[in-house]
Design a protein around this ligand. Structure first.
Ligand code: RIB
Ligand code: CA
Length: 303
């Protein structure tokens, strides 16, 4: 993750419903120093400092770092000030840590990626073969149609197109949740006050989403909450319409980050791509997840 305002919503949604084995921060929306601190601060605010956070890649595999402070603010979570600084954190990079842990443990795991795919690509390099315990990778990124950095490229795939192409061709089940559905399942602006019912994490979400709406995501149908839709897609695939497609991600500057659909004869794994979504169903699930997260957060328990 590269928190990042919609990453924050994705994390709090996941905390309400899913067991989280760990997080890795990646440079993307803002620099790694900030995404790493933001990920840990978000966990602490929700009373979940038990979840380990690893510091991942500071730059893409090939291209120079391309950030989006105009969308998420210079801090990555503008609109909210965390109460206090943090202590130290694991220094081992995530791809090394996970490869080591996955040799020792047998519990199945699934990766949900909500930032550029640099860390995931490096992890796949570390794995001799995709371990059977890796049940798949759900990626917020890409688009069959459209783009939000260029007319044809989505930010996470644009930021590191080489890593995105490696993951789209990986020998594990890959699910792509792109702009085709995240531009449909928008959060109505008038629903923002509901976040204030969810303790301090909810107050953070209200503040940063308000900043996001004021500065970046002005759309009549509401706020694009891309990363949270990827979490919803992992937990509720039945709320989405899928197509199994052979996909590649273009690397040259003119088409950087663009998803290209290959011929059916292509010798490349099929990616399960989301092409439509039950918007009310997904939003209803998100609100329920946030309620569950808040009930487990320290501030809620004290209130
Ligand atoms: O294009 C949307 C994606 O890029 C989201 O993950 C957002 O957080 C940014 O990283
Ligand atoms: Ca993100």
């Amino acid at each position: 993750m590269d928190p990042g305002i919609d990453d924050a919503l994705a994390l709090y949604t996941a905390l309400g419903r899913l067991p989280i084995a760990g997080l890795s921060a990646v440079a993307g929306n803002v620099e790694i120093e900030k995404t790493f601190v933001n990920a840990r601060q978000l966990l602490r605010l929700a009373g979940r400092s038990d979840v380990p956070v690893w510091r991942g890649s500071a730059a893409p595999l090939h291209y120079p770092l391309h950030t989006a402070p105009h969308v998420h603010g210079a801090s990555g979570l503008d609109g909210y000030q965390f109460p206090a600084p943090l202590d130290d954190a694991p220094t081992e990079p995530p791809w090394a840590a996970w490869a080591r842990i996955w040799q020792e443990e047998t519990t199945p795991v699934h990766l949900i990626a909500t930032g550029p795919l640099t860390n995931i690509a490096k992890l796949l390099w570390c794995l001799d073969d995709a371990p059977s315990r890796l049940t798949g990778i759900t990626v917020m990124g890409g688009a069959i149609h459209g783009g939000n950095v260029t007319p044809t490229a989505e930010f996470n795939f644009y930021a590191d197109p080489e890593a995105a192409d490696q993951v789209m061709g990986a020998n594990v089940p890959v699910t792509m949740v792109g702009l085709d559905v995240t531009h449909k399942a928008r959060l109505p602006w008038e629903d923002l006050p509901r976040f204030l019912d969810f303790a301090e994490p909810g107050r953070l979400l209200y503040a940063v989403l308000h900043w996001y709406g004021e500065h970046a995501e002005r759309h009549p149908d509401g706020l694009a909450i891309h990363d949270a839709i990827a979490v919803a897609a992992y937990a509720n695939p039945e709320l989405f319409v899928w197509q199994e497609l052979p996909l590649t991600v273009l690397q040259d500057a003119a088409w950087r980050g663009t998803v290209a659909r290959l011929p059916e004869s292509a010798r490349r794994p099929r990616v399960k791509a989301a092409v439509d979504v039950d918007v009310p169903g997904v939003l209803n699930w998100l609100w329920g997840s946030l309620q569950a997260m808040a009930e487990n957060s320290p501030a809620f328990r004290q209130s």
